[in-house]
Design a protein around this ligand. Structure first.
Ligand code: FAD
Length: 522
């Protein structure tokens, strides 16, 4: 092992960034080189696009992240114009569908909303920043409880998590009180309605600077810090292959998407954090094919609705003055007007769901001006229950050696189905959503189940496990079974059935993997 180890990180999202940060901090002689297939969007690498004040610039940053669905910007991203059809629909802004319908598109008829972001900071430049912690069976049983606590605390520091964001909003408190009246008696102590932790830094004017991979990288991208001298980030650099010699990863083959030149970069450790579909794809393309690779795909299904908040009901807890204060605060950042964020967390055995409750000035869709709830003075609540998917080997992504995708990697086909178990829990969550909505006001949209893939939280495809028994891809420290010097990171490592936003959990697992990798390298 070299005394000056080089670590190659594939992917610049929050997880690749967590590996980079911990490894540079823990290994005084190590260098980290990070490769990102997408472009850098902001002057500070990996910053959340939600912080961009100018609406046109924000829009452009989102389009630049949409890979094959970037329209006219596509060729500047090194994506050949000829391989993609025009006019297809896009996914959530800043992301691109895997099954976008053009030539070289993935096949995902049973998981149609599957999407990714291709840019510095990954999906972490576009995320909502909700950062709940896993609870009960969502946690990974082989990681001891005290270690979980420590890993989650470190992950919260890395992501700048605020556990009481917007807690001073009287309207937010009113919403919690109404939910408490409806559900309080049924929920265990400590698991009732509360504020939703979010990642960001509250500003003196009451607005939020949302966190992205930038805050995780921290000193690594601060030119004033000596740590920045041992970290390099290359954007528009697409890793085509992990190079393996014998049973050890020795580096990566990287294509510079500006010059189209491909070079080999040697490394003592390769960390692949390229999202839950492209990480297993890259392993497959490199001939690394554990039987569980791509299998056991899960997400959390989402049942959502929008409610116009009822003046009389909320008026029992919040005054006209409180509402004025709320409106004044929202007007500080009209481009990102979400204010109070609340939730009811997962608890077992009786509430295996996560409810996320976002208070907003407008519904997320155009409401007919003649609708009785249009222009509701007390605003709207967009809320949804996350419902778990129980892991099954049948659900997953496969890769073709014969058909290539638009980048020239083995193309993906996703196969996925809900079982009776999930359908029963979805029905239960829909009932709970009706009750929650009824407690807060009037339904503006009927509760509905979003199409598979809509959560954007894909898990299980590179799951970690205790033994190499064919049901996992990597060991408890995220080291790929059978290949030395290769670690996987991201939501794909999560082997459990989750109902919540998984990024905090994946950063925690990454911290564990990075600490072990630092030990292995020193
Ligand atoms: P990503 O952030 O996806 O980054 C992976 C990166 O790898 C990408 O930039 C990609 O371009 C790059 N890459 C892929 N292949 C290659 C290759 N071969 N070579 C080089 N680079 C490559 N999560 C939450 O927990 N809470 C939320 O509230 C939340 N809200 C969200 C809202 C939206 C709109 C979106 C889009 C996502 C949201 N998420 C949320 C999900 C969250 O953003 C992801 O969980 C998180 O970003 C995952 O981090 P990652 O580093 O594993 O992967």
């Amino acid at each position: 092992m070299s005394h000056h180890p080089t670590i190659a990180v594939v992917g610049s999202g929050p997880i690749g960034s967590a590996y980079a940060r911990v490894l540079v901090e823990q290994l005084p002689d190590a260098r980290v080189v990070m490769f990102e297939a997408g472009p850098q969007l902001t002057a500070i690498p990996g910053e959340s696009v939600r912080n961009i004040p100018d609406p046109d610039e924000k829009q452009r940053a989102r389009e630049l992240s949409q890979g094959p669905q970037s329209g006219a910007l596509r060729e500047s991203l090194g994506i050949p114009a000829g391989v993609v059809v025009e006019g297809m629909f896009t996914a959530r802004q800043g992301t691109h569908l895997l099954d976008f319908g053009g030539e070289g598109s993935a096949h995902a008829p049973t998981f149609p909303a599957a999407a990714a972001a291709t840019n510095v900071g990954g999906q972490g430049a576009h995320w909502t920043c909700a950062t709940p912690s896993p609870a009960f069976s969502e946690k990974i049983a082989f990681i001891p409880d005290e270690e979980w606590d420590d890993l989650l605390a470190t992950a919260k520091d890395l992501l700048h998590v605020q556990s009481a964001a917007f807690a001073d909003s009287a309207v937010g408190e009113g919403i919690r009180s109404l939910l408490e009246e409806e559900f309080g008696d049924e929920l265990p102590e400590g698991y009732g309605p509360g504020t939703l932790p979010v990642a960001g830094d509250p500003q003196p004017d009451g607005s939020m600077r949302w966190a992205g991979a930038d805050v995780v990288l921290g000193p690594l991208i601060d030119p004033a810090s000596p740590l920045s001298e041992r970290f390099t980030l290359h954007d528009l650099s697409f890793v085509r292959r992990i190079v393996v010699e014998g049973d050890r990863a020795i580096g990566v083959e990287v294509e510079d998407l500006r010059t189209k030149e491909t070079r080999f970069v040697g490394a003592d450790l390769v960390v692949v954090a390229a999202d839950a579909f492209r990480t297993p794809q890259l392993l497959w393309a490199s001939g690394i094919r554990p039987v569980a690779l791509g299998r056991y795909l899960t997400e959390h299904h989402v049942v959502i609705t929008t409610i116009a908040v009822d003046a009389d009901r909320i008026g029992r807890f919040a005054s006209e003055q409180d509402l004025e204060a709320e409106i004044a605060r929202r007007s500080l950042n009209p481009a990102d007007p979400v204010a109070a964020v609340n939730r009811i967390p997962f608890s077992e055995p009786d509430h295996p769901f996560s409810l996320q409750v976002m208070y907003a000035e407008n519904p997320p869709f155009q409401l007919d001006p003649t609708h009785p709830a249009a222009g509701n003075r007390w605003g709207y609540v967009n809320m949804g229950y996350g419902v778990r998917k129980h892991p099954r080997v049948e659900d997953g992504v496969t890769f073709s050696d014969d058909e290539l995708d638009y980048r020239g990697l083995p193309n993906m086909t996703i196969e996925y189905a809900l079982t009776d178990v999930e359908n029963a829990e979805i029905a239960e969550a829909t009932e709970l959503l009706r009750r929650a909505g009824g407690a807060l006001g009037t339904f503006v949209a009927e509760p509905r189940l979003l199409p598979n893939g809509s959560s954007l939280h894909y898990m299980g495809t590179t799951r970690i496990g205790e033994t190499d028994d064919g049901t996992s891809v990597a060991d408890p420290w995220s080291r790929v079974w059978g290949v030395d010097g290769l670690v996987v990171g991201g939501n794909g490592v999560i082997p459990t059935a989750n109902t919540m936003n998984p990024t905090l959990m994946s950063v925690a697992v990454a911290v564990r993997g990075a600490r072990k990798a630092a030990e292995d390298l020193s």
